[in-house]
Design a protein around this ligand. Structure first.
Ligand SMILES: Cc1cc2nc3c(=O)[nH]c(=O)nc-3n(C[C@H](O)[C@H](O)[C@H](O)COP(=O)(O)OP(=O)(O)OC[C@H]3O[C@@H](n4cnc5c(N)ncnc54)[C@H](O)[C@@H]3O)c2cc1C
Length: 476
């Protein structure tokens, strides 16, 4: 998120001075790191949670269309940066990987068919394919069908133009470029306090972590602050004292994946295949079997399995959750705890799941899976947003939430999903909310960079494959 904002601001206002403070000793070591997320370029081509079923059985595709459009904006910015020499790490962060949805059982097959029929009428989804034929599905993804009970009803949809994204490599590349354009990057530099001064600017207190706890705090004065601290954002928003942050709480859920690098298995699967979430499972826990391309190496990932940790960052502290509790968010947090018993039950089941239970979930996707080929890895930490809701005490949100002060001098990002894929749309929203007086002047440049902004038509020359083929020649 911060890398995206720096890329945009350094282009729109090259004379502005940008400072990036990162508490770790390297870039993108938290949620954006390749192995800490699933690397799906979320464009609603395969995720069932973006197409809920209405009470009358029809399918609501509103959210799917929005996510798809937002992902297109991300692709356009990446294309702009890539073709203007602004991605020093190259464009190997992006690989074309078909996106599939796979379901089992008559009821789910019926839902997937109705979803397909509704979606394909929209121009953004007109290339979607659907099949209930095991032979066809085996051609798309052989591991889904091998050794499967032939009497089981199955169905799949496939979008050939899906993507796998190494968001960590992309973020590092964007920050490196911003630094080349004048931004200052400080590693092992942890923001601990934020205080607004009388003149409206912010005094940011920073702890230098290189001094091993021997505090060498310093302060920086900034006209505008973006708190793009991932799981660390809630605490900093609370510390800023802005009234808009009151009532927000966080609920941490960690993720685990099974990973295989066995070349024989990897060679048999080239897709991201999303299934259907279990009852009570949060939307981001939808199981999926994914091709991942990281540092030029291909692997398969299956998960996520939810885990429980009190930490808000993977490299955070066990006291994060406790320290986030404030008089203003205790009611929403308790209300969410009391109302989401199915989520709590689901989490307990996941945390106590044995290796055998995990293998069983994998085998529902890939019946031939053998434990010797798979290792369990711990991914990133998500902090789901809890916020006040009139008449309900509090609600648990699964999206992202920008919390911005009334004067527009500070903004922080909470939440996770769809996260990295729609970072560009989120940061454009931030620019509009925090710099309304500049918005009109920035529009022409933004539209040059991202032609489909503002309802413009999608320019074929910005096709993703072209970006991949021209600049890297990726072929798998
Ligand atoms: C298991 C999992 C799977 C996911 N899968 C996908 C997916 O397939 N597709 C997708 O689009 N999104 C996915 N996401 C979401 C996506 O990873 C996040 O939305 C995105 O990476 C968030 O980026 P960010 O910059 O906000 O946070 P981060 O990448 O976490 O960056 C925040 C940075 O701030 C630093 N920081 C924290 N506190 C401080 C402080 N006080 N001072 C200085 N620095 C600080 C951290 O060290 C970190 O480097 C997934 C997330 C998880 C956890």
């Amino acid at each position: 998120m911060s890398a995206t904002l720096a890329a945009l601001v350094s282009e729109l206002e090259p004379s502005w001075s940008i400072e990036i403070h990162e508490r770790r000793d390297g870039l993108a070591q938290e949620s954006s790191n390749a192995w800490n997320n699933a690397g799906t370029g979320h464009a609603a081509l395969c995720e069932l949670n973006y197409t809920p079923e209405r009470a009358d059985g029809s399918i609501d595709i509103t959210k799917a269309v929005t996510i798809n459009e937002q992902f297109e904006i991300s692709r356009e910015l990446w294309h702009h940066l890539g073709t203007h020499g602004r991605l020093p790490g190259g464009t190997g962060f992006l690989s074309t990987t078909p996106h599939m949805t796979f379901v089992r059982g008559e009821e789910n097959v019926d839902y997937l068919r109705r979803r397909f029929e509704t979606l394909r009428q929209h121009p953004l989804f007109s290339d979607l394919e659907f099949s209930t034929d095991p032979e066809q599905i085996a051609q798309w993804a052989p591991l889904l069908v091998a050794d499967r009970d032939p009497d089981q009803a199955i169905a799949a949809t496939r979008a050939a133009a899906g993507t796998d994204v190494d968001f960590g490599a992309l973020a590092s590349s964007m920050v490196t470029d911003s630094v080349e354009r004048g931004a200052r990057l400080h590693l092992e530099s942890e923001v601990t306090k934020l205080k607004q001064r009388r003149d409206g600017t912010w005094r940011v207190t920073i702890r230098d972590r290189r001094w091993n706890g021997h505090l060498r705090a310093r302060t920086v004065t900034a006209r505008f602050v973006f708190i793009g601290a991932g799981g660390g954002a809630l605490r900093l928003l609370q510390r800023s004292g802005i009234p808009e942050a009151k009532g927000f709480g966080g609920f941490p859920i960690s993720g685990q994946f099974l990973r295989t690098t066995n070349p024989e298995i990897v060679a048999q699967h080239q897709a991201k295949v999303y299934g259907k979430a279990d009852i009570g499972a949060p939307p981001m826990s939808v199981p999926h079997l994914d091709t991942r391309v990281v540092d030029g190496e291909t692997a398969l990932l299956f998960g996520p399995y939810a885990g429980w940790s009190m930490k808000f960052l993977k490299h955070g502290s066990w006291t994060d959750l406790l320290r986030s509790i404030r008089p203003g968010n205790i009611v929403p947090m308790l209300a969410v705890g009391a109302k989401n018993t199915s989520l709590v039950k689901y989490l307990v089941g996941e945390v106590t799941a044995s290796d055998t239970a995990r293998l069983r979930t994998l085998r529902a996707f890939m019946p031939t899976a053998h434990p010797r080929d798979w290792e369990l890895i711990t991914a990133g930490q998500r902090v789901q947003v809890i916020k006040k809701a009139k008449g309900k005490g509090g609600v648990l949100e699964f999206g992202t939430e920008l919390v911005t002060s009334a004067d527009g001098t500070i903004s922080g990002l909470l939440g996770a999903s769809p996260g990295a894929s729609t970072a560009v749309a989120t940061m454009l929203d931030l620019l509009e909310r925090c710099f309304p007086e500049r918005s009109a002047a920035w529009q022409p440049r933004l539209r040059q960079m991202m032609p489909s902004l503002g309802g413009g038509t999608w320019d074929e020359s910005f096709e993703l494959d072209q970006l991949v083929d021209e600049t890297v020649g990726t072929e798998r």
